[in-house]
Design a protein around this ligand. Structure first.
Ligand SMILES: Cc1cc2nc3c(=O)[nH]c(=O)nc-3n(C[C@H](O)[C@H](O)[C@H](O)COP(=O)(O)OP(=O)(O)OC[C@H]3O[C@@H](n4cnc5c(N)ncnc54)[C@H](O)[C@@H]3O)c2cc1C
Length: 488
């Protein structure tokens, strides 16, 4: 029987992983990526012996990456070295308080007790809440299309449902578990993992700190871009055709069924199935329908990233460190209500060279420094705006005791929301598509199968179950299962 041909629009993590799954299931797959390299937001910048990940810096739920290799009859350990990072992070506050968030429960409980003895119980209850949410979602929301028919076993997972806190507001739920302002700010940070504000997100996002604490934070030897390199290698082994510089400008269709794509250079590729890995909001325009770009108010946050190659080695630094702002509520008000870069941003400093010396040229450190930024179209991010934002980022770092490294910078690059948006074709540079504010936004993301056109499917962070690397891989599993079910 002739193989059914699939074209995947976009070679991000979602596109590559769905291509691997479909090729392993016997389909003939072509991936068209508009950019110069694969990986989408998981990308790399190399200069003078420094190697920087320009996107993700932390992996959770590593077994989901392993499942992808297993689907192709391979073992992850033959391709990648997955390394646990402990402590998970260092937290630094403007009042001088600093501590490490360690995976060692006895050590962490001791830190919590020092901060606020009553919060030991609060931490245990908060983790139990996250565990319950995880039990409810792990085989339902995370593994299936939204609003799919419930299975007979689904009723039994409801026994885990945390009815008291399951439907509330995230920040208020954190406050109901912790008294220490330091711990409240720490746990309030987690909705930013999906580009959202703790003050507007549902309490169900408490599953994120649970997943990170229980299953750990992970790193890949050589940098996270090794994941992309290994996916490309695996896809090639399975016979996937991979093209960069292949910008898809339209999806062809007739009588309600897609039948191929057209590229910017005029080339057409005939296909029985099309999977969209680019932002789902661009699909209507590619189909020749009215564009349904996500409006400003619905977008998740973007980020401002400085990549610094430092000539000096900094042994006192941790792999991950968070320098909190003085007023978190004001920061999120600026990001989501005023839609401006924060006057006092919380700054994340990632130093993979603390765990892996292969990313630096002998001496020195490779630093990824990031602050949250609004996903606006009208922000030009010209030289002056970058310089002002850089001043604010480094003022926060300096005031919190970060060493002055200005004279030790060997290489530097900056990724603004505009650059992120242009490079990956993301409205305003919104990293996670729509934000997760409110129950509906968090749980009813665009479906993995198009409702109007047969043969058209979606994969990646802008579709179900949402953004973040393991979730994107889960979406590839959901999408490929739907394809096997509806397009045998
Ligand atoms: C700065 C930053 C930090 C992050 N940190 C983390 C982290 O620590 N942990 C974590 O889990 N996640 C993190 N993320 C999020 C994570 O990177 C994304 O959720 C994930 O990589 C998204 O993958 P994707 O395949 O859905 O989309 P993308 O990576 O956006 O891939 C889509 C691809 O489609 C291509 N494309 C779009 N339109 C077309 C077209 N018309 N024709 C051809 N190609 C097209 C784009 O060029 C792009 O390569 C971060 C992201 C960024 C930017």
């Amino acid at each position: 029987m002739e193989k059914r041909r699939v074209v995947v629009i976009g070679g991000g993590l979602g596109g590559l992983s769905v291509a691997i799954r479909l090729a392993a299931a016997g389909r003939q797959v072509t991936v068209c990526e508009r950019g110069p390299s694969f990986g989408g937001k998981m990308n790399v910048w190399e200069e003078k012996g420094f190697r920087f990940d320009t996107g993700p810096s932390l992996i959770t739920m590593p077994w989901i990456f392993g499942e992808l290799f297993e689907a192709a009859g391979r073992k992850i350990e033959d391709y990648l070295e997955v390394i646990p990072v402990n402590p998970i992070s260092e937290y630094i506050y403007p009042d001088g308080t600093r501590f490490t968030y360690t995976s060692s429960l006895p050590d962490w409980i001791e830190t919590v007790r020092r901060l606020e003895p009553r919060d030991v119980d609060g931490f245990m209850r908060f983790m139990k809440l996250g565990a319950q949410l995880y039990e409810v979602s792990k085989d339902t929301f995370l593994r299936r299309r939204p609003l799919d028919w419930p299975r007979r076993t689904d009723g039994s997972v409801l026994r885990h449902m945390p009815w008291r806190y399951g439907w509330g507001n995230y920040h208020r739920t954190v406050e109901a578990h912790f008294k220490s302002p330091h711990l409240i700010q720490l746990y309030d940070r987690y909705p930013t993992y999906v580009g959202s504000s703790p003050y507007s997100s549902p309490a169900t996002l408490a599953v994120i700190p649970y997943i990170e604490y229980s299953f750990g934070g992970w790193y890949i030897a050589g940098g996270l871009y090794r994941i992309v390199e290994s996916f490309v290698e695996l896809a090639r082994e399975l016979g996937v055709e991979l093209a960069t510089g292949a910008n898809v400008t339209s999806i062809d269709h007739s009588q309600g069924r897609v039948n191929g794509v057209r590229l910017e250079d005029g080339k057409t590729i005939k296909a029985d199935l099309v999977v969209m890995n680019g932002d789902a909001s661009h699909a209507p325009a590619l189909l020749g329908l009215r564009d349904e770009e996500i409006g400003h108010a619905d977008r998740s946050m973007s980020g401002l990233v400085f990549l610094l190659g430092i000539g000096k080695t900094l042994p006192e630094m941790h792999h991950h460190a968070i320098y909190f702002s003085g007023d978190y509520k004001r920061e999120f008000g600026e990001l989501f209500d005023q839609r401006v870069f924060p006057s006092d941003p919380t700054v994340y400093v990632n130093a993979p060279s603390r765990s892996d010396r292969s990313v630096v040229p002998g001496q020195g450190e490779a630093l990824f420094i990031m602050a949250n930024a609004p996903a606006n179209d009208n922000d030009e991010w010209g030289e002056e705006q970058i310089a002002e934002a850089r001043r604010r980022v480094f003022r926060r770092l300096r005031e919190s005791g970060f060493p002055d490294l200005e004279n030790d910078i060997v290489v530097e690059d900056v990724w603004t929301p505009r650059k992120i948006g242009n490079r990956y074709s993301m409205p305003g540079g919104a990293i996670y598509g729509t934000h997760s504010h409110g129950w509906k936004k968090a749980f009813l993301r665009p479906s993995n199968k198009d409702r109007r056109f047969n043969g058209l499917y979606y994969v990646g962070g802008s579709t179900h179950p949402g953004g973040g690397t393991p979730t994107v891989l889960l979406s590839s599993q959901i999408t490929s299962e739907l394809i096997q079910r509806y397009e045998p």
